[in-house]
Design a protein around this ligand. Structure first.
Ligand code: SF4
Length: 456
């Protein structure tokens, strides 16, 4: 829940009534308002006491801390979620998918696994892929583990997660990749030996086997000055996953329980499920708050299914999904192509584009920018009406792209045909089907129908 400006004001000098203007604002309340909206830093008030500043910094912290793993364009940012349920606002940080490899993998297996890092999926104009690489030390040999770290660093610039029981193995691997800002996973058994050698800014995953243990260890690490924590309560079944993640999220958001105010990690790779069946707990992890999900060997199809689920859940429900409003060419569209017009609502576009591709006929699909409204909603709000469609046809110079000027409109707006003919007198306006699934048949039929002389 956001902090109220009135609560901040009470902690400013003279109970927020000093109003000296030295911060550049007219009153302390104006300053408090800006602080509440993260529009100004507390340091701008030079009269603020050290105690009150510390207290304010504490209450202004987001309920779930932001943690960054990796660096540059491949950095993965987790945390900072604000709601329990997506429909309350939106989920902000899609969980990072980490592919698991081990220093006990043979060269062939390792190469096959690393090849998966090049899998990509483009959907809704966004490219998704593995975000992180989780490196397991299965050998217990620090040299062998460090060699794996060095090897994968030459193969990928993805962020790294270090998973080793032995403190020596963790530390030698950390030294090898500390410039990559890795996530170092520690347990109650090794943290005392590991933490003195880590930078305080290091992202550290607290691994335990219960919520109670993870809370205790997170507290200890915080006392040692580590703030960039990720929690892994050791959930290894579907039921445990849902319970643990829900408890952590609820405690952080509703009760501001600081030991749980961090993003989480869920290792689907370490559940009892076989690689293909990891899909189930991993998909539950996406819906139920996991910040990072570690996957064992998955097939490309299974991974694409997870990427799709992630994108759907982490799409802002307040914003209609859109594609760019422009002309899309299909099946080597040339001057013989038919011209179809629709809106830039992503779901409409993908339904129409799929069927147009299936038709194997050359088509130009003109997507009118309606701000993501579907055909009927756009028509009823005046964003998909004859004057605007005609303007878009002219703007994209569609008449220069095709020889027979036939413009196919969606069946749902058949009623605009007459007015559109008036707006585009050189074009033959044809009413298409209402359902995208009927497009291939319709387009083949259209191909065999002679062009009708348009009105002059
Ligand atoms: S500098 Fe501090 S005391 Fe002065 S007006 Fe700003 S907030 Fe108030």
């Amino acid at each position: 829940m956001p902090v109220k400006a009135s609560d901040i004001q009470k902690m400013l000098p003279e109970y927020g009534r000093k109003n000296c203007k030295e911060c550049g604002l007219a009153t302390c309340f104006a300053f408090a308002m800006k602080v509440a909206n993260a529009g100004i830093v507390l340091e701008k008030c030079t009269h603020l006491s050290v105690e009150n500043r510390a207290q304010l910094e504490e209450i202004l912290q987001p309920p779930i801390r932001q943690v960054v793993i990796g660096q540059g364009a491949r950095a993965v940012i987790v945390g900072e979620e604000e709601v329990m349920h997506r429909h309350q606002k939106t989920f902000f940080r899609p969980p990072g998918f980490a592919l698991l490899v081990s220093d006990t993998d043979s060269d062939d297996i390792l190469s096959a696994r690393l090849a998966k890092l090049s899998w990509t999926m483009e959907r809704l104009e966004k490219v998704s892929r593995f975000d992180l690489l989780a490196l397991r030390c299965g050998s217990g040999d620090s040299k062998r583990y460090s060699a794996l770290v060095l090897k994968v660093m030459t193969a990928t610039d993805a962020g790294l997660i270090l998973l080793a029981d032995s403190a020596d193995c963790l530390l030698s691997a950390y030294e090898a990749c500390r410039g990559r800002n890795p996530l170092v996973c520690v347990t109650a058994g090794n943290y005392a030996k590991v933490m003195p050698y880590l930078d305080k800014s290091t992202a550290v995953c607290v691994r335990a086997s219960s919520l109670e243990e993870v809370e205790k260890l997170a507290d200890k690490l915080k006392e040692l000055g580590f703030e960039n924590l990720v929690l892994d309560p050791g959930s290894r079944t579907l039921a445990d996953l849902v319970r643990d993640q829900t408890v952590i999220r609820r405690a952080a958001l509703r009760h501001k329980f600081r030991p749980f105010g961090y993003p989480t990690l869920f290792s689907a790779a370490e559940t009892a499920f076989d690689p293909e069946r990891q899909l189930l707990p991993a998909a539950a992890g996406i819906a139920k708050y996991a910040g990072i999900i570690v996957l064992d060997d998955v097939s490309q199809q299974a991974f694409q299914a997870l990427l799709t689920v992630r994108q759907d859940i982490y799409t802002d429900p307040r914003v209609a999904p859109t594609v760019e409003g422009k002309v899309y060419a299909f099946n080597a569209a040339d001057e013989s192509a038919a011209v179809l017009v629709t809106t830039n609502f992503a779901l409409t576009y993908y339904a129409v584009a799929g069927e147009v591709e299936n038709s194997k006929l050359p088509v130009y699909l003109l997507c009118q920018d309606t701000g993501g409204l579907c055909v009927l909603a756009a028509w009823s709000t005046g964003k998909f009406v004859p004057e605007i469609i005609a303007e878009t046809v002219k703007k994209h110079k569609m008449a220069d792209k095709v020889t027979s000027k036939r413009l196919v409109i969606p069946g749902y707006v058949a009623r605009i045909k007459g007015d559109l003919e008036d707006e585009l007198p050189d074009w033959e306006i044809i009413v298409g089907p209402q359902e995208a699934a009927d497009l291939p048949k319709f387009l083949h039929k259209l191909k065999n129908i002679a062009t009708v002389q348009p009105k002059t």
